[in-house]
Ligand binder design. Structure first.
Ligand code: SDX
Length: 425
C-alpha cells in the first residue's frame, strides 16, 4: 500500500508540507510531524492530548469503548483468570508464561524480595510522620546506589535483572514505609508466601506472632496490583520513559515515575477520594459537593471521576467495585458508610448532565481506596499501593524503549517572552 500522506498548507506560507501517516494494529492513525522543524515549525500540544510520544506493543486503551488490553488480553479477563506476577511477565515478555516459565519467573522474584540491610538505615532518617510517597521516592532512588556500576542498560539481560529486582522489592519497600510510620519493626519477606500474601504479612505481621494472612484479602490485594500494572503513556510512565531516554539508572527512572504518580490528578487521587468521602461524611451532603464540583470558581473536583482517555467507564473501576463488595462482605463491613456514600455519589453523578456531557465516569481510583481502608491500610499509603502495582508497567516501558533505537526526549515550546533586549547602559 502506498505511503499515506497528510498535506499541510499554512496561510501566508508558500507550498504544502507532506507528512507521512502511519497506522497501528488498532487505534488512531498518527501523523509523523518530525520534519516540521525543517520548515521552521513546531506542533503545539500542552498536556499531550493529541500526541503519540512513541510506538509501543504493551498496552492499548480505547477510551470511548472503555477497553484496556495488555498485550491484547482484556483487563477484565486478566483480572478474572490471571494473577499479578503472570501479568508482570506478560508486560515484560509480550506473551503469557507457560507453567515452567511462570515457575522460573516466580522464583526469580521470590529470591529478590529482600533489600540490602543498608536500606533499613535510610528509613531512620525520615520523620515518623513523613508521607509514605516521600519515603518510597527516596528509597527507590537509593536503590540506584546499590545497582549501578555493573549495570549495562544496553544489555537486555541486565535490563531484565533490574526489572525483576524492582518488581520484587517494591512490596517490601512499601511495607517498610508503613512500618516506619507506625514504629514497628520491619518484617522480612517469607519465601513460602506469594507476593500479595507476603505484602500483607510484611504490612500487618509482627515478630511476636506467626504469620496469618486471610487468603481472600491476599487475592483481592493481588488483583488490585494487577489492575494497576500498566496504563499506556500516562503521566508517570511518560516520566519514566523521558528519564530513561537520557540513559539514567533504571531505579532512578522508577523513582521519577513515583514522583509523578504522587500528584492528586494522577495516582494521588485514590488518597484524595477517601479524603473527599470523609469530607462528604453523609449521603445527605452529596448534592452540595456535586454543585461544588461543577462550580468553575471552586477548585474542588470530584476525585476518582474523569480521565484524559476514558470517556466511558474505566474498565478497572468496574472490576474494583466488585472486589470492594467482596472484601467488605468478607470483613463484615458490607454496610460501610463510605461505600454507601460512594455508590450514591456514583449514581447521582452519572445522572447529572454536567458529568454526562463531559463523559466523566468513575476511574480506577474511585473504589480502590475503600478496599484499602477496609483492609486496614492507611489513606496516606494508598498511592504507595498504586506505585507497587504500576512498577511492572513502568519498567516494561523502560525496557521496551531501550530495546529499540530511541532518542533523548526533548520537547520544544511556543516562546512568548521578551525578544532580545540590551542590558541597560
Ligand atoms: C489516574 O492517564 C492515565 O492513564 C492515569 C491513570 C493510570 O492508570 O495511570 O488512569 C490513573 O491518574 C486516573 C485519574 C485520577 N485523577 C482523578 O480522579 C482526579 C480528578 N480527575 C480530574 O482531575 C481530571 O478528570 C483528570 C486529571 C483525570 C483528567 O483531566 P483532563 O483530561 O485534563 O480533563 P480536563 O481537566 O480538561 O476536564 C475536562 C472537563 C473540564 O470542564 P470544562 O472546562 O470542559 O467545563 O471536565 C471537567 C473539567 O473541569 N472535569 C471535572 C472532573 N474532571 C474533569 N469536573 C469535576 N470533577 C472532575 N473530577
Amino acid at each position: 500500500m502506498s505511503e499515506r500522506k497528510a498535506r499541510l498548507s499554512i496561510d501566508g506560507k508558500e507550498g504544502t508540507i507532506e507528512l507521512p501517516v502511519y497506522e497501528g494494529s488498532t487505534g488512531p492513525d498518527v501523523i509523523d510531524v518530525r520534519s516540521l522543524v525543517n520548515a521552521g515549525l513546531f506542533t503545539y500540544d500542552p498536556g499531550f492530548v493529541s500526541t503519540a510520544a512513541c510506538d509501543s506493543d504493551i498496552t492499548y486503551i480505547d477510551g470511548d469503548a472503555g477497553v484496556l488490553l495488555h498485550r491484547g488480553y482484556p483487563i477484565e479477563q486478566l483480572a478474572e483468570k490471571s494473577n499479578f506476577l503472570e501479568v508482570c511477565y506478560l508486560l515484560l515478555n509480550g506473551e503469557l508464561p507457560n507453567a515452567s516459565e511462570a515457575d522460573v519467573f516466580e522464583n526469580e522474584i521470590r529470591y529478590h524480595t529482600m533489600v540490602d540491610e543498608q536500606i533499613h538505615l535510610f528509613f531512620k532518617g525520615f520523620p515518623r510522620n513523613a508521607h509514605p510517597m516521600a519515603m518510597l521516592c527516596g528509597v527507590v532512588g537509593a536503590l540506584s546506589a546499590f545497582y549501578h556500576d555493573k549495570l549495562d542498560i544496553d544489555n537486555p539481560e541486565h535490563r531484565m535483572q533490574a526489572a525483576i529486582r524492582v518488581i520484587a522489592k517494591m512490596p517490601t519497600l512499601a511495607a517498610m514505609c508503613y512500618k516506619h510510620g507506625v514504629g514497628q519493626p520491619f518484617m522480612y519477606p517469607q519465601n513460602d508466601m506469594s507476593l500479595a500474601e507476603n505484602f500483607i504479612h510484611m504490612m500487618f505481621g509482627t515478630p511476636c506472632e506467626p504469620p496469618k494472612v486471610n487468603p481472600i484479602i491476599a487475592k483481592a490485594m493481588d488483583t488490585l496490583f494487577l489492575l494497576h500494572a500498566d496504563h499506556e503513556q500516562n503521566a508517570s510512565t511518560s516520566t519514566v520513559r523521558l528519564a530513561g531516554s537520557t540513559g539514567s539508572n533504571p531505579y532512578a527512572c522508577i523513582a521519577s515515575g513515583i514522583a509523578a504518580l504522587w500528584g492528586p490528578a494522577h495516582g494521588g487521587a485514590n488518597e484524595a477520594v477517601l479524603e473527599m468521602l470523609y469530607e462528604i461524611g453523609d449521603e445527605s451532603r452529596i448534592e452540595e459537593f456535586i454543585v461544588r464540583a461543577k462550580d468553575k470558581d471552586d477548585p474542588f473536583r470530584l476525585m476518582g471521576f474523569g480521565h484524559r482517555v476514558y470517556k466511558n467507564y474505566d474498565p478497572r473501576a468496574t472490576v474494583i467495585r466488585g472486589i470492594c463488595k467482596q472484601v467488605l462482605d468478607e470483613l463484615g463491613s458490607d454496610n460501610d458508610p463510605l461505600f454507601r456514600i460512594a455508590r450514591k455519589l456514583e449514581k447521582i453523578a452519572l445522572e447529572d448532565d454536567y458529568f454526562i456531557e463531559r463523559k466523566l465516569f468513575p476511574n480506577v481510583d474511585f473504589y480502590s481506596g475503600i478496599i484499602l481502608k477496609a483492609i486496614g491500610i492507611p489513606t496516606s499509603l494508598f498511592t504507595v499501593i498504586f506505585a507497587t502495582g504500576r512498577t511492572p508497567g513502568w519498567i516494561a516501558h523502560w525496557h521496551e524503549m531501550l530495546s529499540e533505537s530511541y532518542r533523548i526526549g526533548r520537547p520544544r515550546q511556543l516562546y512568548k517572552g521578551h525578544t532580545k533586549r540590551d542590558y541597560p547602559a
